[in-house]
Design a protein. Structure first.
Length: 281
């Protein structure tokens, strides 16, 4: 997939979507490549989520109890990505998903719904910012879950509101604790995808050739390179470009990322995951 760097310092240059997508291939003798690829995504996705629970989240104190229930059930309809793609892809090169914290009051304000089935006071969410070819924002949109259906005409916010909500994340104890855990490297603030990446999500099909309808997001932590190497040593079905992977991967260990799971999930015995940060193949 295409990889593009961001020029606007406001949106950063880290966590480029799918930049490592071509570093793993299947050996020709593998009879069912879809199953093999699905099993690899499943296995590494599980490792990312397990590592987060004992690493980046356990080191973020009480905040981990705050965010886990919401990203564990953070479901986004594929039509949300489709709406953003159709509206903005002809005008720009990609979309940035930034982490934000919102309060219960914010949720009620932006959705009009008072049906917040939790006692938590803050939620971890995404703001989606489509970017033009000069990396300027073409709008900001909150992508909600908790049963709220995305509407581009309703779920947009101003640049000032985006900055305030993102600053809530950057100033939180959750973020500072994750930075201490990763020190001296900084924690991820968001994830960037090209429109080609989003188009791939829209057209992903299951083993029976049917399009998926929904993506469910989970928190994950980028695992150590040695664990990745061990996985591929133990799984001879794959050809792994160790040198290229190590060059692209350096410095990303212990980074917070998000793992996506396609729904409805009908790969027998294995969930079909992908990594929004694309820091694994």
């Amino acid at each position: 997939m295409e990889t593009l760097e961001l020029k606007n310092p406001e949106f950063g240059t880290e966590a480029i979507g799918n930049k490592l997508a071509d570093l793993v291939s299947l050996r020709k003798e593998r009879t069912n490549p879809l199953v093999a690829a699905g099993h690899m995504d499943h296995d590494i996705g599980i490792m990312f989520m397990f590592q987060a629970k004992k690493g980046v989240l356990s080191n973020s104190g009480a905040a981990s109890k705050l965010v886990n229930p919401f990203l564990n059930s953070y479901s986004v309809d594929i039509s949300t990505f489709e709406t953003l793609f159709k509206t903005f892809s002809p005008q720009g090169k990609g979309i940035k998903f930034e982490f934000i914290f919102i309060s219960q009051q914010d949720y009620i304000k932006y959705t009009g719904s008072t049906n917040v089935s939790t006692g938590a006071t803050e939620f971890l969410y995404f703001v989606a910012t489509p970017l033009d070819h000069n990396d300027s924002a073409m709008g900001h949109y909150i992508i909600f879950n908790l049963g709220h259906k995305f509407e581009a005409s309703m779920d947009f916010i101003s640049s000032e509101e985006r900055r305030t909500l993102h600053d809530n994340y950057l100033s939180s104890q959750f973020y500072s604790n994750m930075n201490a855990y990763r020190a001296p490297l900084m924690q991820a603030e968001g994830i960037y995808y090209t429109w080609a990446d989003i188009n791939k999500i829209l057209n992903e099909r299951n083993i029976d050739g049917r399009l998926y309808k929904e993506v469910q997001f989970f928190l994950g932590e980028v695992i150590e390179l040695d664990i990745i190497r061990e996985y591929f040593r133990d799984n001879p079905y794959y050809v792994f470009d160790d040198v290229a992977y190590a060059a692209a991967y350096g410095g990303n260990e212990k980074r917070l990322t998000t793992i996506g799971k396609y729904l409805p999930d009908d790969l027998v015995g294995k969930e079909v995951f992908f990594d929004m940060g694309s820091l694994y193949p």
